[in-house]
Design a protein around this ligand. Structure first.
Ligand SMILES: [Zn+2]
Length: 192
């Protein structure tokens, strides 16, 4: 098994008042390092599918404002749709109770609720993790596939770096051709 994620996203303390919460999109993308807070999928190939989730759903907000940065999560459409207004405690300030509810993805504890098989498939590690896993539909194959594409892409780029130090123009040419085919293949995978 491998860790669910390598880094915990951290929201900056952004307090500027905006007209609508979507005005925070670029800051969120930056703080979440282009990843969905819930499944950790990277948005490189699917930016269009990334949305903004209210961690505490809007209907339960009392003291927090709809546009408050501290309550926003950069999320893929799959997780955002799956989470919707699920909030079992029904209270703004209580995130979870009796192993039901959510942990803020910017909390280190969130990452400890899950792990991954070597092939990238997400698994839960705790009872609360199990609850979130099914509510967020983290079992969906797309999370594993996007993880695999990213791994492949990183390997290809490692190979690309090695190409720089090869002297023989013939070998370099052939390897460059292979590199381009790999990149093309990875991009095709991400479109499926
Ligand atoms: Zn997601």
């Amino acid at each position: 098994m491998i860790p669910f994620r390598t880094e915990t996203p951290k929201r900056r303390d952004i307090k500027n008042v905006v007209k609508k919460y979507s005005d925070h999109r670029e800051d969120l993308k930056k703080d979440y390092k282009c990843r969905c807070g819930y499944c950790n999928d990277i948005d490189i190939w699917r930016t269009v599918w990334f949305e903004i989730d209210h961690f505490v759903p809007q209907r339960y907000l009392e003291t927090i404002k709809e546009t408050d940065y501290s309550n926003l999560v950069y999320a893929c459409r799959s997780c955002n749709n799956a989470k919707r207004a699920h909030w079992p405690t029904g209270e703004e300030l209580i995130h979870h109770k009796d192993d039901k509810g959510f942990i803020d993805p910017c909390d280190d504890e969130y990452g400890k609720q899950f792990a991954r098989y070597d092939n990238g498939r997400i698994i839960y590690q705790t009872p609360l993790g199990k609850w979130m896993y099914y509510k967020l539909k983290l079992h969906k194959p797309q999370h594993k596939i996007i993880w695999q594409i990213e791994e492949t892409y990183n390997l290809i780029n490692e190979c690309r770096k090695l190409l720089e130090v090869i002297d023989s123009p013939i070998i370099k040419d052939r390897l460059l051709g292979l590199y381009e085919r790999y990149v093309e293949y990875t991009l095709k995978l991400s479109k499926n």
